[in-house]
Design a protein around this ligand. Structure first.
Ligand SMILES: C[S@@+](CC[C@H](N)C(=O)[O-])C[C@H]1O[C@@H](n2cnc3c(N)ncnc32)[C@H](O)[C@@H]1O
Length: 341
């Protein structure tokens, strides 16, 4: 019999006590949420999109683990190819395929086998309940958001809902770079995620389960936008920002209230402008002077008393003019298309 040396035994013991990574904890949380729907696990104030002729199976609704919506008809003209990372119960995959009704048009990626299986079963139910829908519109793939099993420059619309907030900063940077890599030029990353302007107490920040439940990984919106533009996205649209959760001292390990919001963002793989990204946070300019219009000779024409959506760079440039006949609204976090840039 070969007796293990003391050093070997110590090495094995060390291996056994190695703490699980937060990514593994996350997978365990979503394995459970796949085996038994956890209604309200994430959940949002936005109602579930209803579209003519679309029936969302009950179990898919119970497994709505998103914190907003990433499905916006404006992004989905001409039956785009769609990549959806972190499939959950498949509800948004079904909603995306409403707009891209071709075999293999949509790819769904998830790292948890049980979630992929639950999603597949839900899509089979959806096929029975929706005459227009074929489950082969969607290809489900096992894979990791941090290393996507998808070709470079091959996707029109890449989406994730309530997954990236779970990642620590280095991994978030990887996940965003991966989305950038797979998108075609001018392709769109659409995402919904919690953000938090309050400093997250260390006890919560280091709680892997809370992080996996999308409660303690949220970062401030400005930091999130900077990370998105740092990987190269030249245009950003903030489409919504809503109250999401309160972490309070009687339920969580915190001495102060932590207020969390959820945002919906579209980041476009446009070339980066020389003077930095165009970030639309829902600001509007209105010219109310004596002339018919105001022209800044930088491509922005403001018609008398007509609102024009402007990006934050243009808002800054117009305010610097200190004119008494241009009104610039506060950020509304509701950008709905059109405008400058
Ligand atoms: C909060 S749920 C969101 C599900 C879905 N997006 C929705 O809105 O209902 C997170 C999803 O990401 C998956 N997931 C977790 N870690 C992942 C990773 N590293 N790569 C890909 N998917 C992951 C989980 O299995 C789960 O399906």
């Amino acid at each position: 019999m070969v007796v293990p040396q003391v050093q070997e035994v110590a090495a094995v013991a060390k291996l056994q006590v190695k703490p699980m990574s937060y990514l593994q904890t996350t997978q365990d949380v979503y394995k459970q949420a796949a085996l038994l729907p956890d209604v309200g696990l994430c959940c949002t104030t936005t109602p579930i999109w209803q579209l003519p002729g679309l029936k969302i199976p009950i179990k898919m609704q119970q497994m709505n683990y998103g914190c907003g919506s990433t499905v916006n008809p404006r992004d989905l003209v001409n039956e785009p190819s769609v990549l959806y990372v972190g499939v959950g119960g498949g509800m948004e995959l079904l909603q995306f395929s409403y707009f891209s009704r071709n075999k293999g048009a949509i790819i769904g990626v998830d790292v948890v086998d049980e979630m992929l299986l639950a999603c597949k079963e839900n899509l089979e139910t959806a096929e029975k309940e929706n005459s227009w829908f074929k489950s082969d519109f969607i290809t489900l793939k096992k894979g990791d958001a941090l290393s996507l099993p998808v070709e470079n420059n091959s996707i029109d619309v890449a989406a994730q809902n309530c997954l990236f907030n779970i990642f620590k900063i280095d991994d978030l940077e990887k996940a965003l770079s991966e989305m950038y890599r797979v998108l075609k030029p001018n392709g769109r990353l659409v995402l919904s995620d919690p953000v938090c302007e309050t400093k997250m107490p260390a006890e919560l920040l280091n709680d892997e389960r809370l992080r996996a439940l999308c409660l303690s990984g949220a970062i401030p919106l400005k930091e999130y936008i900077k990370m998105i533009t740092d990987v190269g996205f030249g245009s950003i649209e903030i489409r919504a920002k809503r109250p999401y959760r309160i972490l309070d001292p009687s339920h969580y390990n915190t001495s102060n209230l932590v207020y969390i919001e959820s945002v919906e963002i579209c980041a476009i793989k446009d070339p980066m402008p020389d003077d930095g990204p165009c970030i639309f946070t829902g600001k509007t300019a209105i010219y109310y002077g004596k002339d018919g219009f105001f022209d800044d000779h930088k491509g922005h024409s403001l018609l008398q008393n007509q609102p024009l959506s402007i990006c934050d760079k243009t808002a800054e440039a117009l305010s610097c003019l200190e004119r008494k006949d241009i009104f610039i609204s506060e950020t509304t976090y509701f950008y709905d298309g059109g405008g400058c840039c």
